[in-house]
Design a protein around this ligand. Structure first.
Ligand SMILES: [Mg+2]
Length: 267
């Protein structure tokens, strides 16, 4: 998960809320940090699990229908992202917050080396279903090439074993984490009939590096693709959506990020 940005400047927020008795963190002093709430929702809410089950159920229906409609000669494929799509890295976010650390590549590499990420609800069942239908399963992830072995092992442990040829990672030497080239590579031999991810960039690079419009209207213009060609999974913890809100300024202090978000919101 070579993320463009991961926002973990939580020290001020955690200190503020732990040192001062509060009955309502939203109205008394610094607002509760969005990441703590987002991670709690992602990891500890039944609603999150239901969302994932619902999404993968829809994915099965879309896959079956798209396969029935596909009459081409190339074998059919489904392309999935990995992090927060099939593997749950929320313990990594939680540990950083507990340790009052910011995101760093070294912290991420230490987490991924543990190979402990659990399968997200419905993911393993979907992958088994795709294979039952004879659809090839590819993973295109922005984990880096050095993470190949550990990622293969973690996927296997989580019940989603795949061989190395079906795992396309981020080659740092390319200088871009855009997934177009890797999607094109799969398309040379396969017809991709469905994409699944937690970031719209997992579907098309149109959503990479969003400007101040946040690509909201772009999403509207592609609404007929969602649930049919692309299944989006909920990730409130991080993503290009958040980078865009901060104008891709990853180093803003948390108080500034909170202020920026609050100013942006419709009231
Ligand atoms: Mg992801």
């Amino acid at each position: 998960m070579k993320r463009l940005s991961v926002i973990l400047g939580l020290v001020a927020g955690i200190v503020a809320t732990s040192c001062t008795p509060k009955t309502n963190s939203q109205t008394d002093g610094e607002p509760m940090t969005h990441l703590l709430l987002a991670t709690a929702w992602f990891q500890q809410s039944a609603e999150m699990r239901a969302c994932y089950y619902q999404s993968y159920m829809l994915a099965k229906m879309a896959l079956k229908e798209n396969l029935q409609n596909y009459k081409g000669a190339k074998p059919a494929a489904v392309v999935l992202d990995i992090d927060e799509t099939v593997l749950d890295n929320s313990p990594f976010e939680a540990k950083l917050m507990a340790d009052r650390q910011n995101y760093s590549d070294s912290a991420w590499m230490a987490w991924s080396a543990r190979e402990e990420a659990l399968a997200l609800p419905g993911a393993a069942e979907f992958i088994a279903y795709a294979r039952e239908l004879g659809v090839d399963v590819f993973f295109i992830s922005n984990r880096v090439l050095d993470e190949r072995e550990r990622t293969l092992k973690n996927l296997a442990t989580a019940g989603m074993a795949v061989d190395s040829a079906h795992l396309l990672l981020y080659d740092l030497s390319k200088g871009t984490s855009c997934k177009d080239e890797r999607r094109d590579l799969v398309s040379e031999t396969h017809e991709i009939i469905l994409f699944i991810g937690d970031n719209l960039g997992d579907y098309t690079s149109l959503f990479d590096r969003r400007d101040s419009s946040l690509a909201l209207h772009l999403a509207d213009s592609l609404h007929e693709d969602f649930g049919r060609k692309f299944i989006i999974l909920p990730n409130p913890m991080y993503g290009e959506w958040e980078n865009a809100i901060y104008g891709h300024n990853h180093k803003l202090p948390m108080t500034e990020k909170n202020r920026t978000m609050l100013e942006l919101l419709r009231k």
